[in-house]
Design a protein around this ligand. Structure first.
Ligand code: ZN
Length: 134
């Protein structure tokens, strides 16, 4: 794995979250994107060599809605950049980690993503992400 690509933060209200994080970080989000397959609205802030992703649920079935109902707003996941997501998934499977998806899926911000079960990572939801070159 390479650098921390971004940190995902679950928020109840994305426009309020955007206003707050713009003040906190001193930059505006560079992107707003809906990921319909995940039932989330996202925004991204570039901060140094990494990013902050805010996530708001668009439906009750969204993992973000469930997370907030259970634990409240806060850090939802840490995403690590990988060169080759398929081989990283294979490596982790061989190490005994449970992955939440069997094949990489299309995430926000032009990424292929896969999640590692938080129970296998001390309660932290870990995202692997590989940039899709266009
Ligand atoms: Zn993410």
């Amino acid at each position: 794995m390479k650098n921390v690509e971004h940190i995902g933060i679950a928020v109840k209200d994305l426009s309020k979250g955007n206003a707050l994080y713009s003040q906190l970080l001193g930059v505006e989000p560079y992107k707003l994107e809906e990921v319909a397959s995940e039932n989330v609205l996202t925004s991204f802030f570039r901060i140094g060599s990494t990013k902050i992703e805010l996530l708001e649920a668009t439906t009750e079935e969204s993992a973000i809605a469930k997370f907030i109902a259970k634990r409240g707003e806060g850090i939802h996941h840490i995403a690590f950049e990988v060169e080759d997501i398929e081989s990283e998934m294979e490596r982790l499977r061989n190490e005994g980690f449970r992955l939440l998806n069997t094949a990489p899926k299309k995430g926000a911000d032009n990424k292929l993503v896969c999640f590692v079960h938080p129970k296998d990572a001390n309660g932290v939801l870990v995202e692997l992400c590989q940039s899709i070159h266009q």
